[in-house]
Design a binder for this molecule. Sequence first.
Ligand code: NIG
Ligand code: FE
Length: 403
Amino acid sequence: MSLIYNIGILAGIQPKGVPRVEGPAQGQTGILEDAWLRIEDGRTAEFGPMSACPDLTCECDSPDNINAGGGMVIPGFCDSHTHIVYAGSRDAEFLDKINGLSYEEIAARGGGILNSSDLLNRTPEEELYIQSMVRAQEMMAKGTVAMEIKSGYGLCPEGEMKMLRVIDRIRKTIPAAVKSTFLGAHAVGRGYSHEAYVQTVIDMIPEAAKYADFVDVFCDDGFFTVEDTDRILTAAEHLLTPKIHANELAVSGGVQVGVKHGALSVDHLERTTDAEIAALKGTWTMPTMLPGSSFFLGLPYGRAKDYIKADLGVALASDYNPGSSPSGDMRFVMAQGCIKMRLTPVEAFNAVTLNSAYAMGISEHYGSITVGKKAALILTEPGWDLTRMAYQYQTPCIRKVLF
Ligand code: NIG
Ligand code: FE
């Protein structure tokens, strides 16, 4: 048991049994000033105002206790979309990009995902694990307490399974929660025809399902069609819940096919029309936007505000990957949510905590300050609040991350 006391601001409080926040509720969160919080068995047991701190004098003497010194305590970030298992980097393509080549043009020249795939298939599993762990540690140091990690750079049965084993090993090693996604359909693997590769992905599903929680398809222009996606998701039914890459490069139909198959989330959505917003109404699917990709690729930012106006909730995630978002910094994500998508700081905060926990199927345990949930928390230096976290997004403010 331990107690965090002298908390300047305790933010992100939600009652029990709120799996996600939608519409006006996305702009609200419970806040308590001058507070304490008690942790038992790694979970939030109780919290309240310092004026009613139980047994303050003797409890505060325990070495397990933390004097927050007026700092803010919030739930840690939940990053529901990453590709942090990759080998090397794509810094050579950075110059092509600066010189004006688009993501599609770089991919068409054999760069992009296929470049990462070649590198990954040449890299021994142990080395891949070591490189990927560095990224997981980096994310945790920046406050991420739960992350989803995708395969998708193997693009052949051996390479994909290697990635899923590495994700599994990371899951078993780090204190953050890890969810694993089989993204065999990320690009057509080298040496396959399109049709043969889709069939190979389908054939991989039973083996992948021994490791992965979710299945993903890059349903977009030049990658996989709605029909491919439909076939893959049909084959994965009862084995893996879908999370779909949709509408990054074009209005792809990925949202609708994802909804049809009960996707837990549809991600990217840089090219959303009103039809996608309508398709998501009344579903359990979480629209998830990845502003880091918009920033890095110069794409439009997702219409997060319009989703909220339509009474939906939105999640934001980093998309940490070597090609379109080489950053797992969730404060940067939050800042872009505010500056580029015009979310309020609280809307952006809920998007990177509770709603992104929902988009990984773990909001029962993560994403808010709620009795019974994991006490996976960020403790900041004094003087910080939710607005300043997004506004002054590059100033270090995290004092401690609890898992
Ligand atoms: O989410 N869009 C597809 N997949 C990744 C990019 C992967 C890469 O370029 O390596 C994304 O942006
Ligand atoms: Fe992605």
